[in-house]
Ligand binder design. Structure first.
Ligand code: SAM
Length: 358
């Protein structure tokens, strides 16, 4: 057993395949702001980034890059060096040795793979090794009934290449692979509906739903048509001002909980302040961010969830500027608030932002 701590080599992060460079830019910038250097080991399209400290410790890097603050990451935890060239006849021995040498105890083991076609192709292999690995880890005392919720992640980069890491409650995503799978509701007018639902699961603690997503509240949906997001608000029992020049779904309109305004969402103003503002407009992210800041500053809404579309190359820089703009506007107006942003599983070239006025 090692005496020099568990032997983590860096942080392993999962992301949407194709966004590794954006995640790397975010990590590098955030670490630098905390006075830390780091470098990434990345393969484009792999759906993961291994971020290593240039000088300081992995713990310091983890402290500077908490999951709750990260936008392009779906998951993050301290990880050990990659185990490469695993022997097909005995993949488990190196895994067991590394886990045991760490001296750590865990109470769950999760096998995960990249969110890619190659990753999906590893499911059978994972099914075959899951139980035998757990049995040995239990025997060796690594896997126990209780270990403060610490979880061993076994991330299969490929059939012969695996990386282990350990996560702790409160510092990680609780969804396998960092992905929340939601079933598309048949009655919803568009598949976009899942973006708002996932946004709520991501940003609003479940125990707050009854008070913060409550029946009888008023909401505004900017760029609402055909009504996937409005449908979610209506399902929670809210009354919705849906602003869009396009047509709204007939069945949604028949609920009588929706008022359709065929107007420009960037100039429309609500007749009275509402609880929720949501916005899914395809436009320049800077323009959307500025309009959201108008609403929050004016007190026209208490909470907002909106998308920033990112068809450009330097996505992290764009996001950073947009969020900075909102932050500055609200600070200047002395409005206490909380802001969080994430590229959700159902987000493609976009991220979702949540702002709550205190
Ligand atoms: N969230 C919707 C759903 O779940 O069904 C989908 C919204 S769709 C991605 C974007 C919508 O924004 C389009 O219906 C478009 O007409 C609307 N839109 C774009 N620019 C607008 C503007 N300036 N004012 C009002 N609506 C706008």
């Amino acid at each position: 057993m090692e005496t020099n701590g568990p032997g983590f080599s860096g942080l392993l992060l999962y992301c949407r395949p194709g966004f590794e460079a954006d995640l790397t830019a975010e990590l590098t910038d955030r670490a630098a702001r905390a006075g830390l250097g780091g470098f990434a080991r990345v393969r484009a399209g792999s759906g993961s980034v291994h971020f290593e400290p240039a000088d300081g410790s992995v713990e310091a890097l983890a402290g500077a890059l908490p999951f709750s603050a990260l936008i392009f990451a779906r998951q993050v935890f301290p990880a050990f060096p990659v185990l490469e060239g695993l022997d097909r006849a005995d993949r488990l021995t190196p895994i067991i040795e590394q886990a045991e040498a760490s001296g750590l105890a865990v109470d769950s083991v999760w096998h995960e793979m990249p969110d890619t076609n190659e990753g999906k192709g590893l499911r059978r292999l994972v099914k075959a090794v899951e139980r035998p690995l757990a049995a040995v880890l239990r025997k060796r005392g690594v896997l126990r009934a209780q270990a403060d919720g610490q979880r061993l992640h076994v991330f299969w980069h490929a059939g012969d290449c695996v990386q282990l890491g350990v996560s702790r409650p409160g510092e990680r995503s609780e969804w396998p692979g960092g992905i929340l799978h939601l079933r598309s509701p048949r009655e919803a007018p568009s598949r976009s509906t899942l973006k708002l639902e996932e946004g709520w699961h991501t940003f609003i603690p479940r125990e707050d739903w009854d008070t913060r997503l409550a029946q009888g509240m008023q909401a505004v949906d900017l760029g609402a048509a055909p009504g996937g997001w409005t449908w979610q608000l209506v399902r929670r029992g809210m009354y919705v001002h849906a602003v869009d020049n396009g047509p709204m779904d007939d069945r949604l309109m028949a609920t009588t909980q929706v008022e359709h305004h065929r107007e420009d969402a960037f100039s429309w103003e609500p007749p009275n302040p509402v609880t929720w503002l949501v916005c899914d407009i395809v436009d320049k992210p800077g323009r959307v961010a500025a309009r959201m800041a108008d609403w929050l500053e004016a007190g026209w809404c208490r909470e907002a969830i909106f998308n920033l579309k990112l068809p450009m190359k330097r996505r992290w820089q764009t996001v950073d500027q947009c969020l900075d703009h909102i932050e500055e506007r609200l600070l200047d107006a002395r409005i206490a608030h909380r802001m969080q942003a994430r590229q959700l599983y159902h987000d493609r070239e976009e991220i979702t932002v949540h702002v709550q006025r205190d």
